[in-house]
Write a protein that binds this ligand. Structure first.
Ligand SMILES: C[S@@+](CC[C@H](N)C(=O)[O-])C[C@H]1O[C@@H](n2cnc3c(N)ncnc32)[C@H](O)[C@@H]1O
Length: 272
């Protein structure tokens, strides 16, 4: 059966998703799939099983098992599965802004590292920096460690609550604290698309208000940062006012994404 006929048999998925799943099932490129070739029965069976998983709302990226993160020249390739959040384009934009702002950092901390996306891309951007990645979920930390090995990047992945597992001697010496923390309130769970619900709840929900983890980062980062050090976090589009209050002792700005939605708080510790 030709690729076109295989794709026509799947009307329950958007075509671009069906194409990606057929690429995965056959190991062929997008142009190959679009130009057409004969799909073997074994490949058709694999494709059918991927389509079934997607129909059950498993995210496409979990089925593919791999995502790229960061601009081409600093890109890392991440293995992802249901132990970690799928890195989002908004977080790539946080990374890009941080790389513009920070100059030759010596020590970097990524809190709530998940797949390790920010920590690993920052290590790629600043190879001489000491990079620490902290994650509460031991399963997610395993994924971050696997990704560090896969990308041949030396990042120290620590399991624990925010600043808790960091070596104490780093206090007051850190040049950059980044985080894409969980920032949803529990009641927002019901509004999420079903495939987002397949991602770990711990990666999405901060608590009853959604501000809980951000508040702890705002509170803790001050003492870990060196004078002039930068803290940069992703926030929800409804958290701008709250973030401005939480980060009021920093020289902080609430920053919009490329679509004009408030999505980041970026600040620095003063030199006093
Ligand atoms: C929104 S996800 C972000 C993952 C990744 N940094 C990214 O950008 O895709 C938040 C991550 O923080 C972890 N996490 C939640 N609470 C935490 C805490 N108190 N300390 C450390 N990690 C935490 C979750 O397990 C999850 O992996």
């Amino acid at each position: 059966m030709r690729t076109r006929d295989v794709l026509l048999g799947v009307d329950e998925l958007p075509r671009h998703e069906a194409v990606r799943l057929l690429m995965l099932a056959t190991g062929r490129t997008r142009p190959d799939v679009l130009l057409g070739f004969d799909v073997t029965p074994v490949e058709r069976e694999a494709f059918a099983s991927f389509v079934e998983r997607r129909r059950s709302n498993e995210p496409l990226q979990y089925i593919e098992g791999i995502v790229a993160f960061g601009p081409v020249e600093l890109q890392v390739e991440l293995r992802v599965d249901d132990r970690v959040l799928i890195p989002r384009p908004e977080t790539e934009y946080l990374f890009e802004q941080v790389v513009e702002i920070v100059d030759n950092p010596g020590v970097i901390i990524d809190l709530c590292t998940g797949s390790g996306n920010l920590a690993l891309a920052l290590k790629a951007a600043f190879p001489t920096a000491e990079v620490y990645a902290v994650e509460l979920s031991p399963d997610a930390a395993d994924v971050a460690r696997e990704n560090a090995i896969h990308n041949n990047l030396d990042v120290d992945v620590l399991v624990g609550d925010l600043f808790g597992p960091l070596p104490g001697e780093l206090m007051g010496t850190v040049d950059l604290v980044v985080s894409n923390p969980p920032y949803l309130a529990r009641h927002e769970l019901v509004d999420l698309p079903r495939d987002v619900l397949a991602e770990p709840e711990m990666a999405l929900i901060a608590g009853e208000t959604g501000d809980e983890v951000l508040a702890k980062i705002a509170d803790g980062a001050y003492q870990w940062l060196a004078p002039g050090g930068v803290v940069a976090c992703e926030i929800s589009e409804f958290q701008g006012l709250r973030a401005a209050v939480l980060f009021d002792r920093y020289d902080a700005s609430i920053v919009e994404d490329l679509t004009g939605r408030v999505r980041y708080v970026i600040g620095s510790r003063g030199f006093e």
